[in-house]
Design a binder for this molecule. Structure first.
Ligand SMILES: [Zn+2]
Length: 227
């Protein structure tokens, strides 16, 4: 805990005075451009990775960067997504997995979860990835299987995301784009799911941003009607 108090003192002495104006501007409201859903893993720091300022990213973290599909039972992440889309009007939603994810390893070894009924129940929302990999890549080496599972989990959670009415409505008219990314901790690299290519492609300078969002049906219709 001392480490945290020292860190806060450092923030009070240096960071806050340097950014006082920004904090004052943000004191009465936020307008983040992106909802960033990622794993709770302590090694994944969205603000650091994207060199983001306060007020830019609306971050939601949970074990395994999971978005349960639309259902009667409401989860915290689903409520946060609805708020981000309807009130904050974010333009992009990113689901970001990462290398060496403990949740993905637990999917590979469910026996590790015997003493953790809550984690086990939560990870049921990642069953889609487990099944896709088990049925399509039975011969994969453990390392490749973990990478594949991590990718399929991001793809599966993107599909869940699209079942939420607020997201489906915003995607249909083109006001929200969705993205599925994976952060490699050892290399400091990002890859993103490209729906047309059906695989993850590099993200960054010199690369076109991989697209996971289908064409907006209503934006097209409006444009056609206007033409
Ligand atoms: Zn993780």
């Amino acid at each position: 805990m001392e480490r945290m108090i020292e860190g806060f003192d450092e923030f009070r002495r240096h960071t806050f005075p340097e950014q006082r104006e920004l904090f004052q501007r943000l004191a009465n409201g936020q307008s983040p451009h992106t909802l960033f859903i990622t794993c709770a893993d302590s090694r994944v720091m969205p603000e650091m990775i994207f060199s983001a300022q306060p007020g830019e990213l609306f971050v939601y973290r949970n074990i395994g960067n999971i978005v349960p599909p639309y259902a009667q039972h409401v989860s915290g992440v689903v409520a946060a997504i609805e708020y981000a889309v309807k009130v904050l009007r974010v333009r992009d939603i990113v689901i970001c997995g990462h290398s060496d994810c403990g949740a993905m390893k637990a999917l590979q070894h469910p026996e590790l979860l015997q003493e953790m009924p809550s984690v086990s129940a939560w990870l049921k929302h990642a069953d889609v990835a487990r099944h896709v990999v088990a049925e399509n890549g039975p011969g994969l080496h453990a390392h490749d299987s973990l990478r594949c599972l991590t990718e399929e989990n991001v793809v599966g959670q993107l599909e869940h995301l699209r079942t939420l009415p607020s997201v489906a409505a915003a995607m249909a008219n083109g006001t929200v784009r969705i993205h599925g990314w994976i952060f490699d901790i050892a290399k400091g690299e990002l890859r993103g799911f490209d729906a047309a290519a059906g695989r993850f492609l590099p993200i960054g300078h010199g690369h076109q941003l991989p697209q996971a969002t289908p064409l907006a049906r209503f934006a097209m219709r409006l444009a056609t009607a206007a033409a």
